[in-house]
Design a protein around this ligand. Structure first.
Ligand SMILES: Cc1cc2nc3c(=O)[nH]c(=O)nc-3n(C[C@H](O)[C@H](O)[C@H](O)COP(=O)(O)OP(=O)(O)OC[C@H]3O[C@@H](n4cnc5c(N)ncnc54)[C@H](O)[C@@H]3O)c2cc1C
Ligand SMILES: *[C@@H]1O[C@H](CO)[C@@H](O)[C@H](O)[C@H]1NC(C)=O
Ligand SMILES: *[C@@H]1O[C@H](CO)[C@@H](O)[C@H](O)[C@H]1NC(C)=O
Ligand SMILES: *[C@@H]1O[C@H](CO)[C@@H](O)[C@H](O)[C@H]1NC(C)=O
Ligand SMILES: *[C@@H]1O[C@H](CO)[C@@H](O)[C@H](O)[C@H]1NC(C)=O
Ligand SMILES: *[C@@H]1O[C@H](CO)[C@@H](O)[C@H](O)[C@H]1NC(C)=O
Ligand SMILES: *[C@@H]1O[C@H](CO)[C@@H](O)[C@H](O)[C@H]1NC(C)=O
Ligand SMILES: *[C@@H]1O[C@H](CO)[C@@H](O)[C@H](O)[C@H]1NC(C)=O
Ligand SMILES: *[C@@H]1O[C@H](CO)[C@@H](O)[C@H](O)[C@H]1NC(C)=O
Ligand SMILES: *[C@@H]1O[C@H](CO)[C@@H](O)[C@H](O)[C@H]1NC(C)=O
Ligand SMILES: *[C@@H]1O[C@H](CO)[C@@H](O)[C@H](O)[C@H]1NC(C)=O
Ligand SMILES: *[C@@H]1O[C@H](CO)[C@@H](O)[C@H](O)[C@H]1NC(C)=O
Ligand SMILES: *[C@@H]1O[C@H](CO)[C@@H](O)[C@H](O)[C@H]1NC(C)=O
Length: 623
């Protein structure tokens, strides 16, 4: 971490604003006793990435209560400084132990990291600012979600951001942008890495990427323009520039939508250190009618007595893909047979709750030592770097060639749903066949098959690969009615054949990169062997063994309350309303039905803005 800048931020100046006749301050408290006389039109469950964005928009004209399980870490420099060494523990860092996942030698016990504090995972993530693709949003819409295609979704992503164009030096290094796809007036700061880093590495990595993918991967006009397939950029956008301070600060959801003076909301109350146990419901008064949610049951995270809060309009569930389905299940919303087996009285039979859970995989165990002869200063930039100084998005054709692509598409179009069905990852075989066909269509339009990113460290260069559109499907299921007990999260990583084919191809490309000049010139002689990465020409068996033994979670869990038609196991409608309810919406990563966001955050701000827009629309209709 660099020298911590001493920045004291006055979040809200009540007197100043009152004199100006502007908004009063948002209340952030950990004390339910202070709220006994309050009533709320909306309750937002969770105080994370999407939650705070939704709450900010609703609270302009409405009373809103946000309930966040974790603390308010406004002054924690380990979080606010974007150059803090990745993974440095903080009171926001949590891990959930996944159910045993597939390994080479039987199962592996793998933890998944997530954030639990104001800002949620946006307070601890690596700030890579990628967006969903055009092809991906086409697939989401074709799954039965009118209004969610790229052209309709883009304005909501634009609404959330203030984009900072590259300076001339960054531009000369290949940092490009198209003003027309960006927003310049939203709360979230998006920029390129400052200061400029690692020119030697950037030059070498770009040239080698071009050679390995046979020239098919070209400099992108803008990494957020939707047409990501085949592109690379010298820089990814990062979510960390502060316009006011003109310096690098993490633009978490809390710093974007909650803390700034301009975002203060008199109608907004944020209760921290409290978790939601259940959502309270009433009805149906007659069989077949929809149920109405009335509020939530809350308890202190550290233990203690419960409090109830009522919502006169709607409840918005934004506890993330790991916890949102668990809250629904505890509240009696889910697969009725399964809920009864836990002694929970079903309120709404919705078997898709907790199904269709998915995550990308990362091949992160790849660190190549820098050659003694190389100028380390020029490779590493000599200072602070962020993840991914060069990133490539090769398509299926770029990665597998025409024959490999045909073979993969045939696999997708003839996929066997058996495995996913047997684990409960899908509610019917049509769910997977539909999603697989749309995935094949997306690849045919312009979807990246994998992402490869280069990051320099003090003595080595990491070349990581990530799958983008996995087909394996798992589950989130509670195993206890105690809200302090984590649900069983089972990602079922790499359990479909096509996901293994892609992972093996990605690993082979990483091996090729390490032996292809000019990038290989920067590395020690035996870089592959030293890093334990398969040699070029290794057998499929050898590469599979390495993949299965070393892969790690993509940390982009999604899908566990998917936006899909109800008959496919969907949980929410295109209006993000939980099927069978009149006033329960979900706005977080759990609604994303296909992994079309190479990294999730900027797309999720779009989801939040669209959710708020639809909720306010309903409020206007029901004045
Ligand atoms: C280590 C890591 C690195 C990542 N890197 C990137 C990256 O570089 N770029 C990118 O775009 N994305 C990245 N991501 C992914 C991205 O940050 C997440 O997908 C996104 O933040 C999820 O937003 P969300 O609103 O769905 O959930 P979250 O932001 O996780 O918010 C959920 C909130 O709900 C709270 N909560 C849970 N249960 C309860 C309850 N019962 N009651 C009250 N509150 C509750 C949690 O404490 C949490 O604050 C990364 C994620 C991780 C973990
Ligand atoms: C609640 O907030 C107060 C004031 O900020 C603090 O002193 C106290 O430790 C907090 N309590 C808990 C349980 O977090
Ligand atoms: C709630 O209202 C009652 C009656 O007006 C009042 O006595 C009490 O102080 C209020 N409590 C809080 C925390 O505002
Ligand atoms: C808030 O209410 C005012 C007055 O009714 C209205 O003009 C304005 O458009 C509303 N703003 C939002 C964001 O709904
Ligand atoms: C597989 O298990 C065997 C026996 O326990 C062990 O010797 C071997 O190293 C393991 N291989 C991998 C790749 O984990
Ligand atoms: C990379 O390619 C560019 C353009 O072809 C060339 O000018 C440059 O010298 C190459 N760099 C290296 C290190 O080979
Ligand atoms: C930028 O810094 C200011 C303090 O000067 C703060 O109010 C604001 O929230 C920050 N914005 C972001 C996006 O981090
Ligand atoms: C229940 O809500 C759905 C929308 O989710 C609506 O189509 C349906 O008509 C409602 N049913 C009743 C009985 O009101
Ligand atoms: C490496 O490059 C830096 C920056 O140009 C330069 O200052 C330094 O002297 C070089 N080191 C060596 C050993 O050549
Ligand atoms: C290091 O980078 C500087 C500035 O880009 C350049 O002038 C110099 O030639 C580089 N040195 C080496 C050894 O690459
Ligand atoms: C691709 O398939 C065609 C037709 O089956 C075959 O003739 C050709 O050799 C294959 N190419 C490669 C690179 O495998
Ligand atoms: C519901 O759960 C039961 C018991 O776990 C399971 O047998 C059934 O297949 C599930 N139904 C659906 C549609 O997933
Ligand atoms: C689920 O809970 C039961 C009863 O507490 C326990 O025996 C079992 O091991 C748990 N299952 C898992 C997978 O955690």
């Amino acid at each position: 971490m660099r020298q911590a800048a001493l920045i004291f931020i006055l979040r809200c100046l009540p007197l100043f604003f009152t004199l100006l006749g502007l908004a009063d301050c948002t209340v952030i408290t950990n004390d339910t006793a202070s709220l006994v006389n309050s009533s709320f039109e909306y309750i937002v469950i969770g105080g994370g990435t999407t939650a705070l964005a939704v709450a900010n928009r609703l609270a302009v004209n409405h009373s809103v209560l946000v309930v966040e399980r974790g603390p308010d870490l406004v002054n924690d420099e380990a979080i606010n400084d974007p150059f803090t060494t990745f993974g440095t523990p903080s009171p926001c860092h949590f891990q959930i132990q996944l159910a045993p996942q597939m390994g080479f030698n039987g199962s592996r016990m793998i933890p998944m990291t997530y954030g639990s504090c104001l800002g949620g995972s946006s307070s601890i993530n690596t700030m890579i600012g990628s967006r969903p693709t055009y092809a991906g949003m086409t697939a989401v819409e074709a799954l039965g979600n009118p209004g969610w295609g790229w052209n309709e979704f883009l304005p909501f992503m634009q609404k959330s951001e203030t984009f900072h164009p590259p300076n001339p030096t960054q531009h000369a290094e290949g940092a490009n942008f198209l003003a027309v796809v960006h927003g310049f007036d939203g709360p979230v700061g998006v920029s390129f890495a400052q200061p400029l880093v690692a020119p030697t590495l950037q030059d070498a990595a770009k040239n080698t990427t071009n050679t390995v993918f046979e020239g098919a991967v070209a400099l992108s006009p803008d990494m957020g323009d939707g047409f990501s397939g085949g592109h690379y950029s010298s820089y990814y956008h990062h979510i960390h520039f502060n316009k006011t301070l003109q310096m690098d600060r993490r633009s978490s959801s809390a710093w974007s939508y909650l803390y700034p003076q301009t975002e203060q909301r008199a109608g907004l109350t944020v209760l921290v250190g409290h978790r939601i146990n259940t959502i309270s419901t009433s009805g149906p008064s007659e069989a077949g009618e929809n149920i109405t949610v009335t509020g939530v049951l809350v308890e202190p995270t550290g233990g203690g007595s419960s409090s109830a809060f009522n919502a006169s309009r709607e409840v918005v569930l934004s506890a993330g893909a790991l916890y949102s389905p668990a809250i629904l299940q505890r509240s009696g919303i889910g697969n009725a047979t399964f809920l009864q087996s836990l002694g929970i009285e079903p309120v709404l039979d919705l078997p898709g709750v907790g199904a269709n859970f998915q995550d990308q995989i990362l091949l992160t165990n790849v660190s190549f030592s820098i050659a003694p002869s190389a100028n380390i200063t020029n490779i590493t930039g000599g200072g602070e770097v962020l993840l991914a100084v060069v990133v490539a998005h090769p398509t299926a054709i770029d990665t597998l060639g025409p024959n490999g692509t045909s073979a993969m598409n045939a696999m997708l179009r003839n996929i066997s749903a058996e495995q996913a069905l047997s684990t409960g990852g899908i509610v019917g075989s049509k769910t997977l066949t539909t999603q697989a066909a749309l995935t094949a269509d997306a690849y045919e339009i312009d979807h990246p098959l994998i992402e490869i990113f280069y990051t320099p460290g003090p003595t080595a260069i990491n070349v990581w690969a990530q799958s983008v559109l996995p087909l394996s499907r798992g589950t989130i299921r509670i195993n206890s009615t105690d809200p302090s007990v984590d649900p069983i999260a089972d990602a079922q990583y790499l359990t479909t054949e096509v996901d293994m084919v892609v992972a093996v191809a990605a690993a082979r490309k990483v091996s090729s990169i390490a032996v292809t000049p000019p990038f290989s010139d920067l590395l020690v002689e035996n870089a592959l062997a030293e890093a334990g990465v398969p040699q070029v020409g290794a057998t499929d068996e050898e590469v599979s063994q390495w993949v299965l033994s070393t892969y790690t979670p993509g940390t982009h869990p999604i899908g566990s309350n998917s936006m899909m038609p109800r008959e496919l196991g969907g949980v929410v409608s295109p209006e993000l309303l939980v099927y069978g309810t009149t006033n329960l919406r979900i706005a977080d990563a759990s609604i994303v039905p296909l992994s079309v966001f190479p990294h999730t955050t900027l797309g999720l701000y779009g989801v939040a803005e669209k959710a708020a827009d639809m909720i306010l629309q309903t409020a206007t209709e029901n004045l």
